[in-house]
Write a protein that binds this ligand. Structure first.
Ligand SMILES: Cc1cc2nc3c(=O)[nH]c(=O)nc-3n(C[C@H](O)[C@H](O)[C@H](O)COP(=O)(O)OP(=O)(O)OC[C@H]3O[C@@H](n4cnc5c(N)ncnc54)[C@H](O)[C@@H]3O)c2cc1C
Length: 292
């Protein structure tokens, strides 16, 4: 297959994009920043004969705050997410995750929608969005629907998107008072490198106790993994080094890592234990609390 043989479509509306997506089905791919898609063509991992460029579809770019909700258009670049004063103030863990992605060149082309829709297990923004209670808005030929972000990911490189459906925006409620979140990832070197393991956590405090804990692991299972047992252990307890150690252990037990060129399964589990502890500590500090 050569790039010249691929059908190129540039819809001017969302309805047109969805109709094209439905018409060509699995033989079409939506194109956002192209930082996943174009290398996938080069590796023959992508074979769709029709590319539907989303760049001219209005209303899918930008970050705004509206009635207690932060709205991030799917075509917003990773660089814009990382630099946004709104994201940095309201969801700092998501800004941290965006800043960790690739290089300046990649971040200036890559979109947050593409990071979600390619759904690679080591994608950085999904775990940070999930602990922030993000929802995704999907639009198709029959209308719109919203899902919890955690339910969007159905497997490695698999999502809940139906044929012709487009991810339009990511919607994040303003965080509850006394909440702090953290995104911790480990990669094999500084600079552009994929996460070997990652942990996102958001803790909400009530006085000197944890009122709610949300945790999502990245790069250690086919989809971002929430850890209900660790959340339950943290809930109602006073933050302490021993508590965070025990909760980190539950996270490590819950992980379903693979062994590959970036690290063995055992190494990844050990990373999760350490990164979880760091995430809990930073989350408490950002919530204005302290650790005994
Ligand atoms: C050198 C390099 C380093 C990288 N480092 C990292 C890293 O550290 N962390 C990380 O998480 N990622 C990394 N990536 C991956 C990539 O940059 C991100 O996943 C990026 O956010 C993808 O966005 P995009 O706009 O380029 O997506 P595209 O390549 O345009 O699309 C990706 C997929 O999503 C679909 N799609 C895109 N937008 C939509 C939409 N709105 N609705 C429906 N389907 C859609 C496309 O059809 C395609 O299947 C790296 C990539 C490269 C090349």
């Amino acid at each position: 297959m050569t790039i010249a043989s691929i059908g190129w479509h540039r819809p001017a509306s969302l309805a047109e994009a969805c109709a094209l997506g439905l018409r060509y089905g699995s033989d079409a791919a939506f194109l956002a920043g192209g930082t996943e898609l174009i290398p996938d063509y080069q590796r023959a991992r992508e074979t769709a004969q029709h590319l539907i460029a989303l760049e001219s579809v209005p209303g899918m770019r930008g970050i705004s705050q509206d009635q207690g909700l932060l709205r991030i258009g799917a075509l917003t670049t990773i660089a814009a997410v990382a630099a946004s004063p709104l994201v940095r103030e309201l969801v700092p863990a998501l800004a941290d995750a965006a800043r960790a992605i690739g290089s300046p060149q990649i971040r200036s082309m890559a979109t947050i929608g593409g990071n979600f829709c390619r759904a690679v297990p080591c994608a950085d923004t999904p775990p940070a969005a999930i602990v922030s209670a993000a929802r995704v808005r999907l639009v198709g030929t029959t209308g719109a629907r919203e899902l919890d972000a955690v339910d969007f990911f159905t497997g490695a490189r698999a999502t809940a998107l139906a044929a012709g459906e487009v991810l339009v925006e990511i919607v994040i409620p303003v965080q509850p008072p006394h909440s702090g979140a953290s995104y911790q990832r480990f990669a094999r070197r500084r600079g552009p490198a994929l996460a070997v393991a990652a942990v996102a956590a958001r803790l909400t405090l009530d006085g000197d106790r944890v009122a709610e804990a949300r945790i999502a692991l990245g790069a250690v299972s086919p989809t971002p993994l929430t850890v209900a047992r660790a959340s339950a252990l943290l809930k109602g307890a006073k933050p302490s080094a021993a508590l965070f150690e025990a909760a980190g252990e539950l996270c490590a037990q819950a992980a379903l890592p693979i062994s590959d060129v970036r690290g063995s399964a055992d190494y990844r589990r050990e990373l999760v234990r350490v990164l979880a502890r760091r995430a809990f500590q930073e989350a408490v500090a950002r919530a204005g609390g302290s650790v005994q």
